[in-house]
Design a protein around this ligand. Structure first.
Ligand code: COI
Length: 355
């Protein structure tokens, strides 16, 4: 099926001072929107950013059929625009949609929607070294009907917002052993809205105790580390990179995958396996150097400085020579186009910005 995208732009294209904007607060001037009804995608268009009008009966408002992605575009050293790892985000989006009984988005529609939108709003991609354009593709169930059912109608949209550092300081986290993010057979691998809404309550309890985030553990033993807040959890213990395997309850993070790939390439020791908080305690008590960090599109590498396990707080290494920062720099260099993109992760979509 051919998907033509109509493009209606605003005459004026104001670019605000992107640097002072808190994450996700200011959208770019345009958005993409397509409708799904009668079993097909139609009416695909890039239009000026606007509010939606929805009936109070709209299904997504009641039963949570919503899925999203988070991607980034960068201005490269040559002044081109690079949208990072579109293929992997596309695959994950459709896997999440499948889990939530929502219709797949054809690859061409997904890719073109994002490319067209980023091209129209290319002036909004920050040129600063530490800036990027955060791209949020998402889908919601829009059929008007309050009965519990799989929606027959959907909107697929893409919005963007300039992004800088997500966390401004190293995190203090607490190992969570009461509440869980996801259980076996649940929706943990899907990037669906409910996973995030369900995390608010335990995260709020942790915040009231002075922590920034929780380190989620598994739902059976409450012992094995799963994720860190809304990011994948990764550790360097005596320079061995350890991260939990994708067991079905963990998001298949694009940053996680990129960092693992780079680490292996650089000859680092990488272990993708279960890691319990007991192992962390042993490592701290044996005086090993423990680095801990969250990995995600928004935050990239978010260093963790304190992990509380029970009533005890353990200090992780966050010095400037920490290995996690070396990995982060390697990823940064690939995205900025200063080193060869051997994995074909970069999607260069325009060559006339910033030049
Ligand atoms: C991301 O890192 O892209 C996320 O989805 C985390 C958060 C912004 C929801």
């Amino acid at each position: 099926m051919e998907h033509t995208i109509s493009i209606t732009t605003q005459a004026e294209r104001k670019v605000t001072d992107t640097k002072s904007v808190p994450f996700g607060k200011v959208p770019t001037e345009h958005m993409f929107i397509a409708e799904y009804s009668d079993g097909k995608w139609q009416n695909a268009k890039v239009v000026p950013f606007h509010d939606l009008t929805l009936s109070p009966l709209t299904l997504c408002l009641h039963y949570g059929q919503t899925v999203f992605e988070g991607m980034k575009a960068f201005v490269t050293r040559d002044g081109d625009i690079n949208i990072f790892r579109m293929d992997k985000h596309f695959d994950r989006f459709n896997k999440s949609l499948h889990r939530m009984c929502m219709p797949a988005v054809p690859q061409k529609l997904f890719m073109n929607a994002i490319k067209e939108l980023v091209t129209v709003d290319s002036d909004w991609v920050p040129k600063d070294e530490d800036g990027s354009l955060y791209i949020r593709p998402f889908m919601i169930a829009t059929e008007d009907r309050i009965g519990v059912k799989i929606s027959d109608e959907y909107l697929f949209m893409v919005v963007c917002s300039p992004a800088f550092q997500y966390y401004t300081k190293p995190l203090k986290v607490k190992v969570e052993t009461t509440y869980v993010r996801s259980a076996d057979g649940g929706t943990g691998t899907a990037k669906c809205g409910g996973n995030y809404g369900g995390a608010f309550y335990p995260t709020n309890l942790a915040k009231a105790e002075g922590f920034d985030q929780v380190l989620w553990t598994d739902s059976t033993h409450h012992e094995f580390i799963e994720e860190s807040g809304t990011m994948n959890a990764m550790f360097f213990i005596d320079n061995v990179l350890i991260t939990p395997e994708l067991s079905g309850t963990i998001l298949d993070g694009v940053t996680r995958d990129s960092l693992l790939t780079i680490a292996r390439e650089k000859g680092m020791n990488v272990e993708v396996r279960q890691i319990s908080y007991h192992e962390l305690i042993r490592a701290f008590e044996d005086g090993k150097r423990v680095e801990a960090f969250g990995a995600g599109t928004a935050a990239v590498v978010a260093p963790i400085e304190i992990i509380a396990i029970g009533h005890k707080e353990y200090h992780c290494y966050t010095g400037p020579d920490a290995t996690m920062f070396r990995l982060q720099k390697e990823l940064f260099d690939i995205r900025k186009g200063t080193v060869p993109d051997t994995h074909h992760w970069n999607n260069i979509i325009a060559n006339n910005t910033g030049k």
